[in-house]
Ligand binder design. Structure first.
Ligand code: 9MR
Length: 383
């Protein structure tokens, strides 16, 4: 295995005797007052060695989604990954479809590999996700019904969370349970779990997760919450209502995950509304994680420099707001390099050019986005 220390860029590491002193020169507080996005140039990345290290100085955990396929086979990518990340989020490797070849079986081969990788390299592990309506195995529909839904849910959570008990930083216990267009007054999504078990499937999941692994932070995770649009505004309201209902029932939830799949072309961003949402969650005694951050460049002009700058600006503007909230303890990007991103398939560009939503480009070089994220961490209040 590659050791983390060996993976650091020797040249850069040697040139930067002290990150702290360099940052003071380049990105002091004064810069920020005059210009909210100081020196977003390629050289802005040179003062920092690793995103995780800059974040850690403010007690923020930084990591990225990845998976067995790339970490086990792409050594150059794995090296950059280990240099930049302090937390590993299996992008697909802990979903039902990955772990459940049949109703009776669990296949932990690749997930065990990921946990070993994390342990070897001292990475915190995020668990994603115990309960979700997507990425379910083919057998689920034919096998799970009203009669056996509860035992099936409980068995899955006990087996998966139980196997990795004590090794998980935080579990996304329930993922994406809100869907306003489904038309229910409680805003919940019509899923098989809801149909078979009612709203309490959410509470049940958190209770079983707590028993199976009392040490992992238990997270409710969802998307579509950050913008000032009709649907996002409504979803924030429904999310707060859900949290209130859960707390009233004594459900052991400890944190809220805001996925944060951003669009660089989106202008309907209202910092005040977002701040208030974060405050409302924090005032319920919950921590907040930014769980799936990336910035789609769909709809942006082709020009590379312009495109990268606007993606970087979106990262910076968003992180500046969310990191002001001390309850935000972690930032996870949904991937690290444009070499591997779900957006290439799910939100391709109209002109067919490769998408560029992540901190590193497809050659693993740092982009403006890398510098924007590093600066946002550097200037965030400590927590
Ligand atoms: O990035 C993931 C992609 O590779 C999978 O095909 C897809 C379906 O399992 O899930 C993607 O990740 C999603 C995450 O699990 C939940 N939030 C939205 C993410 C992007 O779709």
């Amino acid at each position: 295995m590659l050791s983390r220390r060996r993976l650091f860029h020797v040249g850069l590491g040697a040139a930067v005797a002290s990150c702290a002193s360099l940052e003071k020169q380049s990105f002091g507080a004064g810069d920020r007052l005059q210009n909210p996005h100081p020196s977003l140039t390629a050289s802005a990345t040179a003062g920092f060695t690793s995103l995780a290290q800059v974040a850690a100085r403010k007690n923020i955990l930084y990591g990225a989604a990845s998976d067995y396929a790339m970490l086990s086979s792409d050594a150059a990518f794995a090296a950059e990954y280990l240099e930049n990340c302090a937390a590993l989020v299996p992008e697909n490797g802990l979903k039902w479809r990955a772990l459940r070849p049949s109703p009776e079986q669990f296949d932990f081969t690749k997930s065990d590999w990921l946990f070993n990788f994390a342990e070897t390299h001292n990475l915190a592990m995020r668990g994603h996700a115990l309960v979700w309506h997507l990425s379910m195995p083919g057998w689920f529909k034919e096998t799970v019904n009203r009669r056996n839904a509860e035992s099936s849910l409980v068995r899955h959570i006990e087996a998966v969370a139980g196997r990795y008990a004590g090794k998980v930083h935080s579990w996304d216990v329930v993922n994406e349970a809100i869907e306003i267009p489904d038309g229910r007054s409680d805003g919940l999504r019509n899923t098989p779990w809801l149909e078979f078990l009612g709203e309490d499937y959410i509470d049940l999941s958190f209770r079983v997760a707590e028993q199976a692994d009392p040490t992992a932070l238990r997270v409710y995770n969802d998307y579509g919450l950050q913008y000032d649009t009709t649907s996002h505004n409504a979803k924030r309201g429904a999310a707060l209502n859900l949290l209130e209902r859960m707390q009233a029932k004594g459900t052991p939830i400890q944190a809220f995950g805001i996925q944060s799949h951003l669009r660089a072309s989106e202008t309907r961003f209202n910092a005040e509304k977002l701040r208030r949402f974060l405050r409302d969650i924090a005032s319920m005694g919950l921590k907040i994680l930014i769980t799936e951050l990336d910035v789609s460049d769909q709809g942006l002009p082709a020009d590379l420099e312009d495109r990268d700058r606007r993606v970087a600006d979106a990262y910076r503007a968003y992180l500046d707001v969310v990191l002001d909230e001390p309850a935000v303890i972690a930032v996870l990007t949904w991937g690290l390099s444009d070499r591997y991103t779900w957006l290439a398939e799910f939100k391709p560009r109209e002109d067919g050019l490769p998408v560029r939503p992540l901190p590193l480009d497809e050659n693993l070089e740092r982009k403006l986005a890398w510098g924007a994220i590093a600066q946002a961490f550097d200037q965030a209040p400590a927590r």
